[in-house]
Write a protein that binds this ligand. Structure first.
Ligand code: BDR
Ligand code: CA
Length: 310
């Protein structure tokens, strides 16, 4: 199986991404590292553990990382995810322990220990932990197989400001470090995730699994979508983070191209904007595979089938 580390700020859509990974034998989750984002770190690390227990995988290692972004103050998104970050289902407090090691140390140690080129990083939240790991031990960069991340957006506009996507906006300086790292990067921006909509029919398919995971997923998505549905006037809200894990399982579901992506870190107006040079009008280095399209039917079919295994 492909070895991955999931860096995350759950978040209902993070939770579904974690469930998809835990259900998939093609992937070996070396650890889940939590970061402050949708809600503060105390809640994201706890939510990550709740999801592992919901999946019946309490042996999964969960680590806590950065409590705030590198430079800016933390901005959270309770207006989207609810006070707990995981509003919707009633999930019991986790009994599995949080690992003692700091998430950043875990990332560095794992990458230095595992064979070079073996580990893929899957960031689903602000990139603070990943940037800190790169600062702490630059030698990890060439050892990373690939970073497949959810973040950014260009053609679709922003979801937290008119030009910025939440994950990048929360820590644009960390995103800048990652984008300039030379590591192969696949980006799942809003341009993709806004095509993966949780319609009522799709939510019902999770509920109809009749399992704890299926029902909890339906409840999470019902809570999560209510915000975006109103905002975008669509049937269902975008299901962002699971696109990252789905890409590892079925890359053929996604279409994009290699291009340069640069992040704005100084302008207050466009802070955190990811500028994608889709048409190659600059000579800037092609540092990202920037996705724009998804087979959304295949994506939801995969999710239902895999979550049904838990
Ligand atoms: C991203 O922001 C968070 O609210 C979601 O979990 C997702 O990672 C979408 O902009
Ligand atoms: Ca997230």
């Amino acid at each position: 199986p492909r070895k991955i580390i999931i860096d995350t700020d759950p978040g209902q859509d993070d939770a579904v991404a974690i469930l998809l990974a835990l259900a998939s034998p093609e992937l070996e989750i070396l650890g889940i590292t939590a970061v402050a984002g949708n809600v503060p770190l105390k809640l994201t690390e706890k939510n990550a553990r709740k999801i592992c227990e919901l999946a019946g995988k309490p042996e999964t290692k969960v680590f806590a990382g950065a409590v705030r972004p590198l430079v800016r103050e933390l901005e959270t998104a309770e207006h989207v995810h609810g006070q707990s970050g995981l509003n919707g289902p009633q999930l019991p407090d986790p009994t599995m322990k949080l690992q003692e090691q700091h998430a950043v140390d875990f990332i560095v140690e794992t990458l230095m220990r595992e064979e070079s080129g073996a580990v893929t990083l899957c960031p689903l939240g602000p990139l603070t932990n990943i940037a800190l790991a790169l600062i702490r031990e630059p030698q990890i960069a060439p050892r990373i197989r690939e970073i497949v991340l959810m973040g950014g957006g260009f053609f679709e506009g922003g979801n937290i400001t008119p030009t910025a996507e939440f994950n990048i906006y929360v820590d644009p300086h960390a995103a800048d470090i990652v984008l300039k790292s030379g590591i192969p990067i696949v980006m799942m921006p809003l341009d993709v995730t806004h095509k993966a909509l949780t319609t009522a029919k799709r939510v019902a398919a999770f509920r109809e699994l009749g399992t704890r995971v299926g029902v909890a997923t339906a409840e999470m998505l019902e809570f999560f979508e209510r915000f975006d549905e109103e905002k975008y006037g669509t049937d269902g809200g975008p299901l962002h983070d699971p696109c990252v894990i789905a890409y590892l399982l079925k890359p053929e579901f996604f279409k994009g191209r290699r291009c340069n992506v640069t992040v704005e870190t100084s302008s207050e107006l466009t802070m955190g904007m990811t500028v994608a040079d889709w048409w190659g009008v600059t000579k800037r280095e092609k540092n990202v595979t920037y996705m724009r399209d998804i087979d959304h039917e295949g994506f939801f079919a995969l999710l239902v089938e895999r979550l049904g295994r838990l």
